[in-house]
Write a protein that binds this ligand. Structure first.
Ligand code: PMP
Ligand code: GLN
Length: 381
């Protein structure tokens, strides 16, 4: 028989969520909030659904949302963006990543990736024929080794793909690190695919710096955002891409043949949401910072080696001090089955040889759920 491609793995999020459902555990694995996003945004979507039209919206996205994305770029980062030629709406950041990699990467192109990496990056790059060049960062500082970064670039580099704030490391790149990335992109004529879905989820006074705002990057950076994270509506799958016209055009071509479009009422509601006042965005960060502290303190009390978290809604923890047997994957399985708490093994975010002593917990949950998880873990340990 004619073999089909079997190179795509099952995502760790599906594996762990399935196990969590099977064992009715508290699911701190897959990253999603356990309360729905703002009521006014959901109401807007419901009203727009009833008002219609519910037919194919424009391929690039509804004008309201493209305008709102351009306006948000100006409001938060001082970027001057033409909504007609520089903004594309996609069905989530995942579709955006797929469109961008399809459009930008050709077989044999090298792509610089920073490990640990978000789960879909490697399969998408490989399927496009790209050659991954991995740069590893290590906890607890997750500092980017600039010499290693430079060594990963070559005349064959087509792009670097960075996630900032970074999942699962919960790292926020420093300006110095971003400047080094920008300088290498300019020197090697490479593009930067910037997954910035956590752009509004930074803690302790940190400010998000889009790579696109750095010298030489306005025409080289492709910036991705998502309503899933910004409005705690992960099931909506509304994403948006900002890029210079010459870059956005081929990405939109890939989008045409992938989904073509995204539900119109959800797009309009996200446009409304992006206009929310500063209090909304401030509260998003501060409420999650409090949850981070709540879970981190609970885990530390139990003996986990909690790694500092500067953004995203994940905290990683070293299990070595617990003195348990088994690697991270085995431990996450046992924690689900025996303790009733699910986490994600961090080794799933590596291409090759991986550390086996870190697990990732999602803290965008109600306080009583976080407390319940810590209590269960305490009883189990
Ligand atoms: N990139 C990163 C780093 C993520 O954590 C996620 C999950 N939210 C995505 C992309 C996918 O986003 P979406 O749900 O909008 O497809
Ligand atoms: N981004 C989420 C996480 O990191 C998962 C999204 C998904 O399940 N595809 O947990």
């Amino acid at each position: 028989t004619n073999p089909v491609y079997t190179g795509l793995p099952t995502t760790i999020f599906e594996v762990m969520s399935r196990l969590a459902i099977e064992h009715k555990s508290i699911n701190l694995g897959q990253g999603f909030p356990d309360v729905d996003g703002p009521e006014d945004v959901r109401r807007f979507a419901a009203d727009a659904l009833m008002a219609g039209p519910n037919q194919y919206p424009p391929m690039m996205g509804v004008p309201e949302l493209r305008q709102a994305v351009a306006e948000a770029n100006r409001r938060f980062y001082g970027l001057d963006v033409d909504w007609k030629s520089e903004v594309l709406v996609t069905s989530g950041a995942t579709e955006a990543l797929s469109d961008i990699i399809t459009a930008v990467i050709e077989p044999g192109d090298e792509v610089v990736l920073i490990e640990p990496l978000y789960d879909c990056y490697l399969p998408l790059v490989r399927r496009a024929g790209g050659i991954p060049r991995l740069v590893r960062i290590t906890p607890p500082e997750w500092r980017l080794d600039l010499a290693a970064l430079e060594a990963a670039f070559s005349p064959r580099t087509k792009a670097i793909l960075i996630n900032n704030p970074m999942n699962p490391a919960a790292k926020v790149f420093t300006r110095e690190e971003l400047e080094a990335i920008a300088a290498l992109c300019v020197r090697f004529d490479a593009y930067a695919i910037c997954d910035e879905v956590y752009e509004h989820i930074l803690f302790d006074g940190r400010a998000h710096i889009p790579l696109m705002t750095l010298p030489g990057m306005r025409e080289r950076a492709i910036r991705i955002g998502s309503a899933g994270k910004t409005f705690s509506l992960t099931g909506w799958k509304v994403g948006y891409v900002t890029a210079a016209p010459a870059l956005l055009d081929p990405i939109a071509k890939a989008h045409q043949f992938t989904t073509f479009t995204t539900p119109p009422n959800l797009q309009k509601a996200v446009a409304f949401g992006l206009g929310k006042d500063d209090a909304y965005y401030g509260e998003l960060g501060s409420s999650l910072a409090a949850k981070r502290d709540r879970l981190a303190e609970g885990l530390a009390r139990l003996g986990f080696g909690v790694v500092p978290c500067g953004g995203t809604y994940f905290v990683t923890a070293d299990v070595t001090p617990l003195g348990l047997s088994g690697d991270d994957a085995e431990l996450c399985r046992r924690m689900t089955v025996e303790a009733g708490v699910t986490a994600v093994p961090v080794s799933a975010f590596y291409a090759g040889e991986a550390p086996r002593n870190f697990v990732r917990f999602c803290f965008s949950k109600r306080d009583e759920i976080l407390d319940g998880a810590v209590e269960r873990l305490g009883n189990w340990l």
